[in-house]
Design a binder for this molecule. Sequence first.
Ligand SMILES: [Ca+2]
Ligand SMILES: [Ca+2]
Ligand SMILES: [Ca+2]
Ligand SMILES: [Ca+2]
Length: 304
Amino acid sequence: MTKIKNIFIILLFSLVVYACGDDNTFRNPFADVDHKALAISDNDSIVKFLKAHYYDDTVDSVKALLSGKTAMYNDSKLKIMDVTENEISYKLYIYVAKEGSAFPNSDKGFPKKVDSVFVKYSGRTFSGRTFAANAFDSNIIGIWFNLNSVIGGWTYGMTNFKGGSLKKDPSGGPFNGPITFLNSGKGVIFIPSGLAYPSSRIQNQSNSLVDTNLFFYIDLLDFVKDTDHDNDNVPSYKEDVDGDGDINNDDTDKDGIPNFFDADDDGDGVLTKNEDANGDGDPTNDFSDPNNPTLPDYLNPKIK
Ligand SMILES: [Ca+2]
Ligand SMILES: [Ca+2]
Ligand SMILES: [Ca+2]
Ligand SMILES: [Ca+2]
């Protein structure tokens, strides 16, 4: 009886193993993706596309190359950025159709990659599929994004454009016309899959755009210069305490909230904006600890 029972268990066990081996739901379909190799083939595909298309600025559109037109790849408006993410080198291609500019007296320059941007956009796969909710033909004026929390292609690509200016009522009276931005930054960002939705991040694996090269038409309407996400008078780009270019990994008081979202960075109970001994509105230039004269008070829990 025991023997029969054992055989039954072995049989059951082998059935389960067999089921696991045969059923794809038990296997991660992205486990074999070689992201380094993919980065190289993605770049080849993007270069090929840029050599076979031009930008028609009469309709702000990417079109198949015609004789007499300059391929985007050879167009001086194409910028190439080298970006390294997860130890893989990528090239990001940005076609700057119009750099954009706020009116001369209020030119804010370019956004930093941690700033908040107000943008209109439309996404495409290289096979021509359109996605993205905020399409140009919709009535939506634009959407705010924090460049620190979007796909890498946007984080870096958007820093090549300037925002425009809200069109003011020429009479100087109360604004009552449709909201329009003048001189906004316009162009196309061509993004290798590794800087879009790589399958190396589990949350992307259910995304239909996973491991796919994408491009976005973008219109940078406006941005917040030196965005200060936690309103502590230290702009977010300065909350990169370890200086590695990433503001997500700096958490001085180790409370789980990164400094750029933490209004009390050293967790001493005094808000960062109030750790301003010289009262100039800037917490980064106050050093009151004689034993630690290079550590600003707002990062020093001994100084309240
Ligand atoms: Ca950092
Ligand atoms: Ca902070
Ligand atoms: Ca100060
Ligand atoms: Ca302090």
